[in-house]
Design a protein around this ligand. Structure first.
Ligand code: GLN
Length: 545
């Protein structure tokens, strides 16, 4: 039977609860355990699909087509296990299910209440589908004391009693702020946070305490005493240079040992840390550096591009180079010549995006990369914009545009598709349907043209990657665009949806567009081949300039 670790956060948000959970997952895996990570999100949205990336960061898409919290991305990157829809639940989803049941009359006339109905729904969710795992790690979003998180805290409290004795462990992540005037790290916020948790019936077994410097023994003793936690279970979580140093750092501080001890499991056998040590070693001892320009829209908010940034770093790990990112608002190129901005970079990446704003600038970036032979990686929107450049500037379709553009009156080389096949099943989307969940979402397999650049990079002619988009390059323009030099190197199995494009090697050293999001599947221990190859091409380019 699976054992459960519940991870809550206190004091302030943004302490890296997702990464701490993911790192603990990696440490348990390194000891040979099978681990599942799940996220319970207290907000009322049914899923983060409709939330602005500027508010909530990236929407992480799973193979089974769920739009989930970006923490699931950390979970995947640290454990290598592909997340699924049921790894993430929100208050909105729980209430929606309960209200649907209530309307159907499933509650047989009962008054539907937070306790037990909402809490039961949460508990059922937490307990479901865990047969194949030794440990299930459940991270509760938000901070202890948030009104909206109460039902989740109550549910995990109850689970402590529902589960066999010793099968649930509570980890609480807090912060010790450094007060410069006093020259001290303060324990009080953690004390208050634990008190709050205790008032709700949860006594944490382990405190994971973020601090920007060593926590002195006296302060640890104080935390142990006031928070009713064993001295050895006060684990300091110091800032580290890279998130991929976290598993090693937490292991050194004894996090995994304490978790196992709390379950009554002998922690003596050591975990295998060699893979993480290799990653760390490569990150800290790069043999070179490349600069990649990311030409996009929300460039001010890096969380909107979380997986992309990580995938680029993984490409750096694969090539033993440091990857420097230069963020450029694409709108700039609508007024200014891109040359001074892009001349010095070794690769140009146009990431996913929505809406018309900034589109013309992205097309300019693709054009610059194509003409100047700078490695170009177009992801989703970035592929669509590269196709528009080819249509306008190579194929002579001067008014080529996307029906996503407001007041679009040109030729829709990129347009909305309302029907396509997923396996044998016909998928339909309403042109003016709800925004939530009306996209082509999740993993779709497709073949790659043999002999193409991209199939060589994958080392395979059959791939499956994750999608999240509404618009498609219109296959009707394929012949015309191919005659102009663009290669459609991957098309969906039914032949309708272009998946990848490229230019032949005699025309351009590395120009690839993909309609999907390969960054979602890249991991530090297994960098995605496209990112590894893109960084390699950028490295080649850096030797030329
Ligand atoms: N806005 C484009 C579409 O919906 C691209 C989406 C994306 O880049 N994820 O097709």
């Amino acid at each position: 039977m699976a054992r459960y670790v519940f991870i809550t956060g206190g004091v302030v948000s943004s302490l890296g609860k997702g990464i701490a959970s993911a790192a603990l997952g990696a440490l348990l895996q390194a000891r040979g355990y099978r681990v599942r990570l799940r996220k319970l999100d207290p907000y009322l949205n049914v899923d983060p699909g409709t939330m602005s990336p500027t508010q909530h960061g990236e929407v992480f898409v799973t193979d089974d087509g769920a739009e989930t919290d970006l923490d699931l991305g950390h979970y995947e990157r640290f454990t290598g296990r592909s997340a699924v829809q049921s790894d993430n639940i929100t208050t909105g989803r729980i209430y929606k299910d309960i209200i649907d049941k209530e309307r159907r009359g499933d509650y047989l006339g009962a008054t539907v209440q937070v306790i037990p109905h909402v809490t039961n729904e949460i508990k059922n969710f937490v307990l479901e589908g865990n047969e194949d795992y030794d440990f299930v790690l459940c991270e509760i979003g938000g901070t202890v004391g948030d009104i909206e998180a109460m039902p989740f805290i109550e549910a995990i409290r109850q689970l402590g009693n529902d589960l066999p004795r010793g099968n649930a462990v509570y980890v609480h992540l807090t912060l010790m702020p450094w007060i410069a005037a006093a020259g001290e790290l303060k324990t009080k916020p953690t004390q208050h946070s634990v008190k709050e948790l205790q008032a709700m019936g949860i006594a944490p077994d382990i405190l994971l305490v973020r601090a920007d410097r060593e926590i002195p023994a006296e302060e640890r003793r104080k935390l142990s005493q006031f928070c009713n936690v064993r001295p050895s279970a006060v684990i300091q979580a110091l800032d580290v240079p890279s998130i991929y140093d976290v598993p090693i750092a937490y292991h050194k501080e004894g996090l995994d040992t304490e978790v196992l001890a709390a379950f009554g499991i002998d922690p003596a056998p050591k975990p295998r840390m060699d893979a993480w040590e290799t990653v760390s070693e490569r990150i800290h001892n790069p043999e070179g550096e490349v600069t990649i320009a990311i030409v996009g829209k929300y460039t001010g908010l890096k969380d909107a591009y979380k997986s992309l940034i990580e995938a680029l770093y993984h490409g750096g790990i694969a090539n033993r180079v440091r990857v420097k990112l230069e963020w450029i608002e694409s709108e700039i190129f609508e007024k200014e010549d891109p040359s001074p901005w892009l001349e010095k970079v070794n690769g140009i990446l146009v990431p996913g995006g929505f809406g018309e704003r900034g589109a013309e600038g992205k097309i300019k970036a693709a054009q610059f990369a194509r003409e100047r032979k700078v490695p170009y990686f177009g992801i989703c929107y970035g592929m669509q914009m590269a196709v528009l450049d080819a249509a306008r500037n190579l194929a002579g379709i001067s008014d080529a545009d996307s029906s996503e553009f407001d007041r679009s009156s040109g030729t829709h080389v990129v347009g909305i598709m309302t029907e396509w096949l997923k396996g044998n099943q016909l998928e339909k989307r309403a042109e003016n349907g709800d925004l939530g969940g009306t996209m082509r979402l999740g993993a779709y397999p497709h073949p790659l043209k043999s002999g193409s650049l991209i199939s060589g990079i994958y080392g395979s002619e059959q791939v499956s990657e994750r999608h999240r988009h509404r618009y498609e390059v219109n296959i009707a323009f394929k012949d015309q665009l191919e005659a102009a030099g663009l290669v459609f190197s991957g098309v969906s199995p039914d032949g309708l949806l272009p998946e990848t494009i490229e230019y032949p090697l005699d025309v351009h050293p590395w120009f690839i567009g993909v309609q999907y999001h390969p960054e979602l599947k890249s991991r530090p221990l297994e960098p995605h081949p496209l990112f590894a190859s893109f960084i390699e091409a950028a490295l080649e380019q850096s030797r030329l300039v």
